[in-house]
Write a new protein. Structure first.
Length: 218
């Protein structure tokens, strides 16, 4: 038999095949870890919850967990549950040679347009997000003005005036999904006004040039 199960407590998909239930569960979990679908550190459902979802005996799931722990695929601690081991067994190489060396860690990322993400203000962002979500009306979570939420455009207008010295009213602020969309909208507005020539820096992104060319020459 072949069954597909979606475990509600973990959104875990398992493909069970074969008449032997325990062997099928072991194989499905082992393959999920080996393929990377279950990453190291991922916590698994309690044996009782998984057994209920699969419609099998709890002892069967407990035996599966114990076997996979013994093989090194899973880790377990009494009172802390079961999770995918941090270092799972490496599959044997097809040629029998050594496994490829781990990729080197990049010390300095000098790509343009990539900020220092380690400086991201996580706590402040989280606090602001909680405050905004708790105060936002339900309508704010649905489709709104295509230019962006009025409150956001008002805040951006104030920021531009305070930090950039640009006096602009909120109704003239447009929130875009990213630079590419903003560039496309700008090119469309210029073309609508009769512009036929657009100058760009030599050091630029070919993708951005293609966006401008597409809008200028539909």
């Amino acid at each position: 038999m072949s069954d597909s199960w979606a475990i509600s407590s973990l959104d875990l998909h398992l493909d069970l095949a074969g008449p032997r239930v325990r062997a099928s569960v072991e194989s499905a979990l082992r393959e999920a870890v080996r393929s990377g679908r279950l990453r190291p550190g991922t916590r698994l459902p309690a044996s009782r919850a998984l057994a209920t979802d699969l419609g099998i005996a709890r002892n069967t799931v407990a035996d599966c967990y114990a076997q996979l722990v013994a093989e090194g695929w899973l880790s377990a601690r009494q009172g802390s549950g079961t999770w995918v081991a941090e270092r799972v067994p490496s599959p044997p190489s097809a040629a029998g040679g050594p496994a490829p060396a781990a990729a080197r860690r990049i010390r300095y990322d000098l790509r343009t347009g990539v900020p220092d993400v380690t400086a991201f203000p996580r706590q402040a962002w989280l606090a602001a997000g909680r405050k905004a979500l708790s105060a936002a009306p339900a309508q704010a979570l649905s489709y709104t003005d295509p230019r962006g939420l009025p409150q956001l455009r008002e805040a951006l207008a104030g920021y531009l005036a305070r930090v950039r010295g640009v006096a602009v009213s909120p109704d003239r602020v447009v929130v875009c999904a990213g630079f590419a969309q903003g560039l496309e909208l700008l090119c469309e507005a210029l073309r609508a006004r009769g512009a036929t020539t657009l100058a760009a820096e030599a050091l630029g992104y070919p993708r951005h040039w293609r966006i401008a060319e597409k809008v200028a020459c539909p």
